[in-house]
Design a protein around this ligand. Sequence first.
Ligand code: FAD
Length: 425
Amino acid sequence: MKPIDYDLDIVVIGGGASGLAAAVAAGRELPNNTAIAVFDAQPRCGKKLLATGNGRCNLTNRAASPSDYHSDDSHAVSQVFSGVNVEDTLAFFESLGLVFREEDEGRIYPSCGQASAVLDLLRLELLRLGIAEMCGCRVDQICRQDGVFRMNSPKGSIRAKSVIVACGGAAAPQLGGVDWGYALMKSMGHSVTGLHPSLSPLPATSPHLGSLKGIRAHARATLCDGRGEIASDIGEVQFGDKALSGIVIFQLSFAAANVRSDDLCVELDMLPERSGDDIVALLTKRRAILPHLTLENYLTGVFNKRIGMCLLKEAGLTPLSRSVAELTDADIRRIAKIVKCWRFPVNGKASWSNAQVTSGGVRLSEMDGMTMQSRFCPGLFAAGEMLNADGRCGGFNLQWAWSTGILAGRSAAAYIKGKADRTAL
Ligand SMILES: Cc1cc2nc3c(=O)[nH]c(=O)nc-3n(C[C@H](O)[C@H](O)[C@H](O)COP(=O)(O)OP(=O)(O)OC[C@H]3O[C@@H](n4cnc5c(N)ncnc54)[C@H](O)[C@@H]3O)c2cc1C
């Protein structure tokens, strides 16, 4: 049998949001001489955490609740939230020294505006608790023999009484997103659902996208398939070369990742606060007061000029060198129709590199939602994005990482204490 290089009480595999929260939560419950270590494959823990919220870390959402998540087991999601909810999470971070600021739609950020502060405070607490960080160290095998776990890593073999698997998901590989955690959990008897990128731009086809690249506009975006509307949201849409992006589109991609339909399309309502009749009246008035203009500038002042020109082209009103005075009532109704419903067929799959989160993962029904312990293997816990629960954009996915991480950490500590008590008897 291989010699043991690290003999530990608790091993946390993955030093991201959920793994760091788990390590802190476990360390706080146990005496200082308990051997706990966090192993991370990256040269530093928390690489993805540093990129969250555009470097500001939208660490939770005041309104986060179980209904904000897609999962195979909504009861387990509810159990997780009854164990550690948003208030409990804020209290956890407050105890680390973090001060918050609440922004639109309940989004909560560190008041210093730095994701690095969240990471620093977690790591300082690890230091205080005597928890080791083993970076550049991928754990690539796990098994359970005689009631203890054995694992392999490039820095040596590991033995531990309890393991918390917190390897994250496959989204954003450039920030350390990997699918290794799923293989570890499968080797311990767990099953994994299909995996799909979520909270990402939606690849779309339109002859206009190239000329609109980089432009942002306020719109209502509605995701539809052959059967009708799937999801809708209002806010800023960003046009990309071959995709639609922006938070509103991320929210739709959350629905798209879970619908898995082949005939998806996004419909943009470019003036969501006005009815179709209002727009016809507005356009008719513009024809009366701007007859000297060419179509090129007919919508300038209503929309970004390039968007205006694309809307007219989509309505078939080329060439744009024609005079506004030539527009017929039927032309105006056609423009109004496009303004209210500008269709972009979704073509192809969202990419992992542009996704913020993984939809799918280790089946939650195989975990105990009160403890995050495996239903198959005592002493094995899992947390974070690698579990099959993904949330909307706005702090929901980090909240899931914190809730499940804190629960897993506390439960692993209780498991270790229980083992110690049994040994003492
Ligand atoms: C650009 C971007 C912005 C985001 N912004 C937000 C936001 O503002 N708010 C929000 O709620 N969510 C946000 N998210 C989502 C959020 O970051 C993730 O859901 C969250 O980080 C998941 O935490 P985790 O601990 O499960 O995984 P991760 O944070 O990905 O951590 C997993 C860790 O495990 C390590 N690892 C994996 N396998 C192994 C192994 N076998 N051995 C050792 N180490 C291993 C990895 O190196 C990684 O460090 C964002 C995501 C991205 C990509």
